[in-house]
Structures are given as C-alpha cells and as structure tokens.
Design a protein around this ligand. Structure first.
Ligand code: FES
Length: 580
C-alpha cells in the first residue's frame, strides 16, 4: 500500500541533525549533492555489473544513466555502485565459480549502505541469479533490468546464434566439412552489437525467468540491447522502483512459491536453459521458498515448447521480441490454462495475467500455437537412479528423440583433461552407441561446475556422420548448446557420487520417459566400488586456499542450487550489531 510517510531505511543514516548525520551527509556532499536530496527522498541503489571484461554488460553505464533519469523523475535519489561482474566468456575457471561470491558482494553492499531499494543491472548468465540472490537475502524492494540480447549474428548471408554456431562450426571443422579459416571468419559476425547472447541461452533464459517471476517490468527479457526501447525500459524501471519503496513492495512479496511454479512452466515453454534449474533453486533458497528438482517434473513436464529459438529451434532473440516477446508467450499459456498462477504479483503492482492478457503475437512461427509446438513435451527431464541418486537433468528439446531411451556401454573420462587427451585418439574404443561419461566436473570437482557437459563427439565418429551421442557428467552445459546430454549428476563424482565409480564398458540405461538413469551393476558391486573409491580419497589438496577453499568446502550440490551452505536464507536488511 502506498504510504509516502513511511519511515525510510536511509533515514537511519541521513535523517538526523547530529554528529552521525553530519558525517554521513558531509562525505556524500563531496560529490556535489545539495541538501534537499537528503530530505526524505527514497535513496535508490543502482547495482551495476558493468565491466569491460564482461562484454555482455559493457553498455551498462549508459543503461544506468537512463535508470537515474527515471528515479529523479519519480522523486527519488539514485546512487550507483559497482559489484563483482562475473562474465561468462572470459572468467576462469568458470563464471559459475564466482556466482556466489558476486551474490555476497551484492548482499553486503545493499545491507551496509544507506539505500531504500535497488535497481539490479544484470545480463550475462550468472550476473542475473547473483544479483537476485544477493538482493533476496536482504529483502528490500528491488527491480531487475537486464541489458538485452545482441542483434542477430550475421555470417555469409545467414543469421548465426551466439554460442550455438560455435558448437556447430567447431564440430564441422572436426568432421572435415569446413576449413579452420571458414570457421574463424564467423567470429566477428557472431557478436556485432552490445548485449547478451542472442540465443535462448542461459542469459536470455534467466531474463525470461526474471520476467516470469515478476521481478521486472513486462517485456524486459527480449528487447534488444541496442533498441531505444531498452533504455525506455530502464527509465520506467527507475520510476517504478521509487513507487515500490512507498508500496513496501519487497522481493519476498514477488518471489513466492507461486512465482517459481510459473517460472518452471515458462522455462519449458521457451525451451530454456538447464542452468535455470540450478539458479531458480538458489534464488528460492534465499527467500525460504521450498523448491525441489522433482518440481521440474511435476510442474514442467508435458508443457509444450512454443518458442522456436536456437539452440532448440530456428530463430534468435531479435525475432522473439518482434514477435511479441515473453508477454505473448504468457498470454498463449494463460489462455490454454498452462500458467499455474496467473494471479501472481509482479513488480509493477499488477498480476502476471493483467500484464499479458492483451499481449499481441505477431509471428506464429517464432511463438508457435499450442497445436503446433516446437516440442510437444518441452519440460526438463529429471532423471534418477543408482547413477544419480539425487538427480540429474536433460533437456529433451535440445536432444535427439531416438536417444532419449538408450542403452550403451560407457566410455569413461576421469576428468576434462583426460577427455581432451583421448577424445581424438583413433584407437579410442567407442562407437555411435557408446555413452560418453565424464567425471569430476561438478561443483567441487572442477571446481565451479564448468559448462563442459556437451563434450564434443570423437572426431572419427563425426567423420562417419554421427551427429549426437548420449553423454553423462556432473558438469553443466551452456544454454546455447544442444545434444542428448545428461547433466548435473548428483552427488557429483568428487563428492563420492556413484558417477565416481563408473568404469569403461559398464552398461548404462537412460530412459527419459520414466526418468531413469541406471548403471547396470549389482548393488553389492556398487557398494564395493564406492568403498574402494572412498579409501583412495584424500581431503582437499594441500595447496587449496583462498576463495577456492571456501568454495569447495561450502558449495552445495547441483540439486541444491550450488549455493554456499551458509548463504541459504533471508537475513533481512537490518545491519546486525553484536555486543561483546
Ligand atoms: Fe554473456 Fe552469453 S557470454 S550472455
């Protein structure tokens, strides 16, 4: 409820005519801020992941300027602050390794500073969950503005999609279908404007998840980064966050169980990334909303994929926006009874359904009708069995239908280095029916759970024309990638999961229909192998220190969202003071 007499959090810093108020205001005034900005206006933080090392977010200083315009216009006072920017393309060992670090930076930056609400500027894959996780743990009013996708890639007269074309062309080189020079010539054409990956990769997926969760304004997910309407979105979000302060519309009022159920269903409808299963769990954990891997089966399965975007389909984010964007998808879902909670509240104060009930759809090829979906059952497939007691996932829309039920012999790689050393060996004992298994790429094992689960096929099979094989690992997969790839096996090998004891030649059974992932050995064999594995293990290598040590000791498994065990939960915005 709007209440402009509400006591502002920032008044704890700036509201008193005494020594403390003097100090807080005085230092801020060195930036040329007049008195009246401290006289009861909402102070709005702009949490910025701008960095030239995160190319997908490199345009965010301009985006922040437009957010500021909106905040000023609505009677607030903006203060922009930087947080750790974990860009996907450059950061090693993987941006996922620092997602939780970034979330800690966000949480403590918000809690420790004189701000009443926050606008979160995110874009590249892990920046979106990191910012939502950190802000959710403080539970202040918050609205997310993403940077928007790049324009379509262009190469030799064709549209090419971020990431997806890299996987396609690099396999074509290995198969001898194109030269290395032809491959390299696509490089400049793939990323030709500001913005995030233009496929329905993890960045676009998480932008859609945020819109479905109701923490953005409608249409935020799809507007291209360089479209003027992206900057209008930033301006309007700046205006809205000031109202959200007076309405006390905190994240916990948006991030409800209902909102997460909507998001799971939407992920299936857009053909979204498998990474969403990890990030939604982590965000839900920060607000105390229970969310289990099996919710993806219960809520997501049997939902048709309506959005025909790469990597599952044909088009790119530009076409998605021009076709009507996520509101058009939500309307189509709602009219078919596929939105579990149309009455969920969103950041603009309206329900999800109110926002989309009249949303137009301009292109039935890009956002397809219910009776002509891209994939009839687009939900993530959650697998369990003696090979993944705590679960694993597979994205059916990006897989080969004939391989979704498969029995094959394991070809085992102990880690990524082992895979790289042997995959091209002509003597490798592998054929098209084999199951490629890679260990030790999970949260603790890599560490950071690298996006290597879609391991490339053996070149000798590529040259024979093999296009896909069943692959299993405790790794993740880029949202831009595709294939019959079982990911996020939990517990991971490094944590003593059964994946650790798979051997060359073992038979493995995959059945997506029944959700079964089975290593065909007896229970006694399994127990004996696990006991042998355990006896051979040491604790952390002696040279593990610093953040890496913190990470390996505290990261949770994939089915638990890979958050740190000590970060789960909402701690509120109050600054704790301990007396000694
Ligand atoms: Fe940043 Fe894909 S690498 S969004």
């Amino acid at each position: 409820m709007t209440d402009q007499t509400r006591k502002l959090r920032s008044a704890e810093w700036f509201g008193s005519a005494d020594k403390n108020g003097f100090m807080y205001r005085s230092w801020m005034k060195n930036q040329g801020i007049p008195d009246h900005e401290f006289a009861g206006k909402p102070i709005i933080g702009i949490c910025n992941t701008w960095s030239e090392l995160t190319p997908c977010n490199a345009h965010f200083r301009k985006l922040a300027e437009h957010v500021k315009r909106g905040i000023y216009e609505a009677g607030g006072f903006p203060v922009e602050f930087p947080v750790f920017s974990n860009g996907e393309s450059n950061l090693r060992p993987t941006a996922m390794f620092t997602r939780n670090l970034a979330s800690m930076d966000v949480e403590e930056s918000i809690r420790g500073n004189p701000i009443d609400a926050v606008v979160l500027l995110a874009g590249c894959d892990k920046t979106t969950p990191a910012l939502l996780m950190g802000a959710a743990s403080c539970d202040v009013p918050a609205i997310l503005v993403t940077g928007g996708p790049m324009l379509n890639g262009k190469h030799e007269g064709h549209d090419i999609g971020s990431g997806t074309v890299v996987w396609q062309l690099s396999e074509a080189v290995k198969a001898g279908r194109i030269s290395l020079d032809e491959f390299m010539s696509a490089e400049a054409g793939m990323s030709r404007s500001a913005g995030t990956c233009n496929t329905m990769g993890t960045a676009s997926t998480m932008a859609c998840m945020a819109e479905a969760l109701g923490v953005t304004l409608p249409h935020n997910a799809a507007i291209p980064a360089v479209d003027a309407r992206r900057y209008v979105m930033a301006h309007l979000s700046g205006m809205r966050i000031v109202e959200m302060v007076w309405d006390d519309l905190r994240l916990s009022k948006l991030l409800t169980r209902a909102a997460f159920e909507n998001a799971i269903r939407v992920n299936a409808a857009i053909g979204g990334s498998t990474n969403a299963a990890i990030h939604l769990k982590a965000i839900a954990g920060r607000v105390g909303v229970p969310l289990e891997l099996d919710d993806w089966t219960r809520i997501g399965r049997h939902t048709p994929t309506l959005v025909d975007l790469q990597p599952s389909g044909r088009f790119l984010m530009e076409e998605f926006y021009y076709a009507g964007g996520l509101p058009a998808v939500l309307r189509r879902m709602g009219e078919a009874g596929l939105l579990p909670h149309p009455d969920a509240l969103t950041a603009n104060g309206k329900t999800l359904w109110d926002n989309v009930r009249a949303a137009p759809n301009y292109n039935d090829e890009v956002i397809r009708p219910l009776d002509n979906p891209l994939v009839a059952d687009g939900g993530l497939c959650v697998l369990r069995g003696n090979l993944a007691p705590n679960g694993a996932v597979l994205k059916p829309s990006a897989a080969t239908p004939e391989l979704l039920k498969h029995r094959g012999r394991a070809v085992v790689f102990e880690n990524l280095e082992d895979y790289k050393a042997r995959i091209a060996d002509p003597a490798l004992d592998v054929d098209a029916t084999s199951v490629l298994v890679m260990k030790n790429c999970g949260p603790k094992g890599y560490p950071g759970m690298a996006e290597v689960g879609n391991m490339g096929l053996p070149p000798k099979l590529l040259r024979e024309g093999v296009k896909d094989m069943v692959r299993i690992s405790d790794a993740r997969m880029s949202g831009t990638a595709y294939g019959t790839v079982v990911l996020h096996v939990a517990p991971e090998a490094r944590a003593g999961g059964p994946l650790a004891v798979v051997r060359d030649g073992d038979w493995i059974e995959l059945d997506c229909e029944t959700g079964r992932l089975h290593l065909d050995i007896t229970d006694a064999d399994m127990a004996a192998r696990l006991a042998q594995w355990k006896a051979a293990q040491q604790t952390l290598p002696a040279d593990t220190s610093g953040y890496r040590k913190l990470y390996v000791e505290h990261v949770l498994q994939a089915d638990e969202g890979c958050d740190f065990d000590f970060l789960v939960g909402c701690r509120g915005a109050e600054v704790p003071r301990h007396s000694h």
